[in-house]
Write a protein that binds this ligand. Structure first.
Ligand code: 13P
Length: 251
């Protein structure tokens, strides 16, 4: 098996107008986005309105592009939704599915997230399936059980390294400046890989990202933990210098 290449993914969430994207992507490419500058793979996931614009801006760079969500169906009467094929057509090669903000704001279930992941894969996108416990579940010591349940319910059993990334994002660590301890992150990732192996039969090549308050000051230690194959970055991905510093922290 080839070594897992680390992936540093920026989730811009509902942030950014055209002018912001031009500056952010321009600065990022200048810093770490030219081919061969950093060893990790770099991904940005702008809001849907900017996917096509950012595809143009990234042309010739080493940074790849993703969407933040897709519909489970390929097309049809779903006003306001975006299909995986549309993302692909606009230049994306990845799609985040099942982010906790989608699960909370839009009531997405594990079953719906599974269908979205399958739709992304069917359209030729790599699905980044997000899982993670709430603060109440963390405090109750249920983290590993929650992760096992979410993997069984929302990751396709056909998942392979080439089609699937799993992102562990504790809900209570997102945007809060708080993170689990390094031991807790390592234990969660080892557990995720074990559960993925049960589900898919072969999980050694699937990349596992940690997400939740990753910043330049904690990236190096988190990215060196066993079974951590990169990061899904929210707030710090909106600042080119911070995102570049995280990319440079890859081992
Ligand atoms: P923050 O990096 O802002 O905590 O967000 C993490 C996240 O939700 C990425 O998807």
């Amino acid at each position: 098996m080839a070594a897992r290449r680390q992936l540093i993914a920026g989730n811009w969430k509902m942030n950014g107008l055209k002018a912001d994207a031009g500056k952010l992507v321009g600065d990022l490419i200048q810093d770490v986005g030219k081919p061969g500058v950093v060893g990790c793979e770099l991904l940005v996931c702008p809001p849907a309105t900017l996917v096509s614009t950012v595809a143009g801006l990234l042309s010739g760079s080493a940074v790849v592009l993703g969407g933040q969500d897709c519909h489970a169906k390929a097309s049809g009467a779903h006003t306001g939704d975006i299909s995986a094929a549309m993302l692909r057509d606009a230049g994306a090669t990845y799609a985040i599915v099942g982010h906790s903000e989608r699960r909370t704001d839009h009531g997405e279930s594990d079953g719906q997230v599974l269908a979205k992941a399958q739709a992304a894969q069917a359209a030729g996108l790599v699905a980044i399936v997000c899982i993670g416990e709430t603060e109440a579940q963390y405090v109750a010591g249920q983290t590993l059980d929650v992760l096992a349940r979410q993997i069984a319910g929302s990751v396709p059993a056909s998942a392979k390294a080439a089609t699937t990334v799993v992102a562990y994002e504790p809900v209570w660590a997102i945007g809060t400046g708080r993170t689990p301890t390094n031991d807790e992150i390592a234990a969660a990732h080892a557990h995720i890989r074990k559960e993925l192996a049960k589900l898919t039969g072969e999980a050694a090549g699937i990349r596992l990202l940690y997400g939740g308050s990753v910043k330049p000051s904690n990236a190096a230690e988190i990215l060196r933990l066993p079974d951590v194959d990169g990061a899904l970055v929210g707030g710090a991905s909106l600042n080119a210098a911070d995102f570049a510093a995280i990319a440079r922290a890859c081992p």
